[in-house]
Design a binder for this molecule. Structure first.
Ligand code: NAP
Length: 248
């Protein structure tokens, strides 16, 4: 009897927030999940949680804005695990400022962490996916990249850039069994949004059809579908998971 090997999924920014929810969900769905962020301690806690629930995971601590180190880490996964089926580029940062006051550093850090890293990871992962004639790439963008957001020129540019990158990769790799899609979260309760004033949270909730903030599990459910084997005809799409805020 032959057993089908577990699909191997990479999730960046898996130490907390949305990435942690995605990692837990993909593990629950039977994937081996490679957890990536800068700090090993929190990743090991997520790994322990996955294993306690009967799943399997491994940990790589790397700064995704260090292109050479990140590319080497992604390249090493297909060598050590024999395959790389699912890539979720989720890690991201904000460095908000009005455009006229935004420093080069604030611009460059956000572009390299939120956009360039996704390109680096895709380039490093694509060969293994093409070889197996199967791949699922998901880039976590934001509704800020769809409609813009005052104070987030760097972030909105990076998140919109992910959409152009994704559509291009979808066109380049579609014939090889590799899909690429964007999930664009709206307002999700995580560390990234925790410190925003209550009036901002109330205002944003008021703009939604579904009158509540989103959760990491809301995003993870969408990622679970677009990375599933059955989603092979869905590519180049942006799905806004935002409680009906933009209906993009
Ligand atoms: P979060 O709670 O701040 O978590 C960010 C994650 O990214 C952490 O695991 C962090 O780990 C990792 N990370 C940051 N910089 C990194 C780097 N240079 N190298 C490696 N890992 C790095 O953020 P979140 O709210 O879960 O957001 C996740 C994604 O969803 C982001 O792309 C964000 O832009 C997007 N998003 C979030 C919302 C929202 O409302 N929360 C809305 C729209 C889009 P370490 O710090 O340990 O490295």
């Amino acid at each position: 009897m032959t057993t089908t090997p577990k699909r191997v999924a990479v999730v960046t920014g898996a130490s907390r927030g949305i990435g942690k929810s995605i990692a837990m969900r993909l593990a629950r769905d039977g994937r081996h999940v490679v957890l990536i962020s800068r700090s090993e301690g929190p990743l090991n806690e997520v790994k322990a949680g996955i294993e306690a629930a009967g799943g399997s995971a491994s940990v790589i601590a790397v700064d995704i804005s260090d292109a050479a180190a990140f590319a080497a880490a992604i390249g090493g996964i297909s060598e050590s695990h024999g395959r790389l089926d699912i890539l979720v580029n989720n890690a991201g940062i904000t460095k908000d400022n009005l455009a006229l006051r935004m420093s080069d550093d604030e611009w460059n850090q956000v572009i390299s962490t939120n956009l360039t890293s996704a390109f680096v990871a895709i380039r490093a992962a694509a060969r293994a996916m093409m070889k197996n004639r199967f791949g699922r790439i998901v880039n976590i963008s934001s509704t800020s990249g769809v409609v813009g957001n005052a104070g987030q020129a760097n972030y909105a540019a990076a998140k919109a850039g992910l959409m152009g990158l994704t559509k291009t990769i979808a066109r380049e790799l579609g014939s090889k069994g590799v899909t690429a899609n964007v999930i664009a979260p709206g307002f999700i309760e995580t560390d990234m949004t925790h410190n925003l004033p209550q009036e901002v949270k109330d205002h944003v909730t008021g703009l939604m059809a579904i009158k509540r903030l989103g959760t990491g599990d809301d995003i993870a459910a969408a990622v679970a579908y677009v990375t599933s084997d059955e989603a092979g005809f869905l590519t180049g799409q942006t799905i806004c998971v935002d409680g009906g805020m933009t209906m993009c």
